[in-house]
Design a protein around this ligand. Structure first.
Ligand SMILES: NC(=O)c1ccc[n+]([C@@H]2O[C@H](COP(=O)([O-])OP(=O)(O)OC[C@H]3O[C@@H](n4cnc5c(N)ncnc54)[C@H](O)[C@@H]3O)[C@@H](O)[C@H]2O)c1
Length: 250
C-alpha cells in the first residue's frame, strides 16, 4: 500500500481544521490549504507536534493558477495525492429579490467552480494509482432550502450533483466520491457569523432541541464521518449523501 496523502481545503479553521487533525491521526499526510496561510501553518504545526505529517499551503481554490503550484508542492513533499476533501466555502445572507449578479457569481465561483478546479487538478493522481477518495462538504440547506441563502444553497446543491456525476465517471477507476451536507456545526467562523444575524441567537436553543440527537453539531462530528469515507473500509460506498446532522434536516 502506498503512502496516503490528503488535501483538505479551507483547513485553517472550523470543520476543515478538525478534518485535517482527524485524518492525520489515521496516519495520512495532510496538505492544509487555505486562503489564510498563517492559520494554516498553525494547523500544520499542531499536526506535526502530535507526530503527524502536514504541509501548509496557500491558495484561492477558485484560482487555477494558484491551486496548481500548491498541489505540486504537496506532491513533492509527500507523493501522489489520492484523498481530497473539498471543504473550503463561503456563505452569505441576502433576500432573493435584492441579490446581485456579483453576489450570485462569487458564491458559485468559490463553492462550485473552486471545487471543480481543485478536483480536476488532483484527480490524475488518483487515476494513476487506481485508488482515490473524494469527500465534498456540501450543506443541508441544499436539501431543505434556506431563506436568504438561495445562492449558497444552489451552490451546495450543485456540489451534490457534481458528487454523483464524478462517482459514476470515476468509480470504475477505484475512486469513490461522496458528500457530507452538514447542518449547523458550531465553533466555526461561519456558524459564529451566522448566529450574529438578527433573530438567530433566539433560534439557537430551539434548533438544538429540534432533532432526535439533542445537541449541537461539532466540527469533530463531520471529521469522524469524513475519516471513514476516506478509509479503505468505505470502498463500496460512492455517490452518497451522508447526513451528519443529528437526524434533523430543517
Ligand atoms: N458551519 C456550519 O454550520 C456549516 C453548515 C453546512 C455546511 N458547512 C460547510 O462546511 C464547510 C466548512 O465550514 P466552516 O463552518 O468550517 O467554515 P469557516 O468559514 O469557519 O471556514 C472556512 C475556511 O475556508 C477558507 N476559504 C474560504 N474561501 C476560500 C477560498 N476561496 N480558497 C481557499 N480557502 C477558502 C476560509 O479562509 C476558512 O478558513 C463550508 O464549505 C461550509 O459551507 C458549514
Amino acid at each position: 500500500m502506498f503512502r496516503k496523502v490528503a488535501l483538505v481545503t479551507g483547513a485553517a479553521v472550523g470543520i476543515g481544521r478538525a478534518i485535517s487533525h482527524r485524518l492525520a491521526r489515521d496516519g495520512i499526510a495532510i496538505g492544509v490549504l487555505d486562503l489564510k496561510l498563517a492559520e494554516a501553518q498553525t494547523v500544520a504545526d499542531e499536526i506535526i507536534a502530535a507526530g503527524g505529517e502536514a504541509l501548509a499551503l496557500q491558495a484561492n481554490i477558485a484560482d487555477r493558477a494558484a491551486v496548481l503550484p500548491a498541489v505540486t508542492a504537496l506532491r513533492e513533499a509527500f507523493g501522489p495525492v489520492t484523498i481530497l476533501v473539498n471543504n473550503a466555502g463561503i456563505t452569505g445572507f441576502v433576500p432573493f429579490l435584492d441579490m446581485t449578479d456579483t453576489q450570485w457569481d462569487q458564491m458559485l465561483e468559490i463553492n462550485l467552480k473552486g471545487t471543480f478546479i481543485v478536483t480536476q487538478t488532483l484527480l490524475p493522481d488518483m487515476v494513476a494509482n487506481a485508488w482515490g477518495r473524494i469527500v465534498n462538504i456540501s450543506s443541508s440547506s441544499a436539501q431543505s432550502g434556506a431563506a436568504l441563502m438561495a445562492h449558497y444553497s444552489s451552490s451546495k446543491g450543485a456540489m451534490i450533483a457534481l458528487t454523483k456525476s464524478l462517482a459514476v465517471e470515476f468509480g470504475p477507476q477505484g475512486i469513490t466520491v461522496n458528500t457530507i451536507p452538514p447542518r449547523f456545526v458550531m465553533n466555526t467562523a461561519m456558524s459564529e457569523e451566522s448566529f450574529k444575524l438578527p433573530g438567530m441567537a433566539e433560534r439557537r436553543e430551539p434548533m438544538r432541541l429540534a432533532g432526535p440527537i439533542q445537541r449541537e453539531g461539532q466540527p469533530e462530528d463531520i471529521a469522524g464521518a469524513c475519516a471513514w469515507l476516506v478509509s479503505e473500509e468505505s470502498g463500496y460506498v460512492t455517490g452518497q449523501i451522508i447526513g451528519v446532522n443529528g437526524g434533523r434536516y430543517i
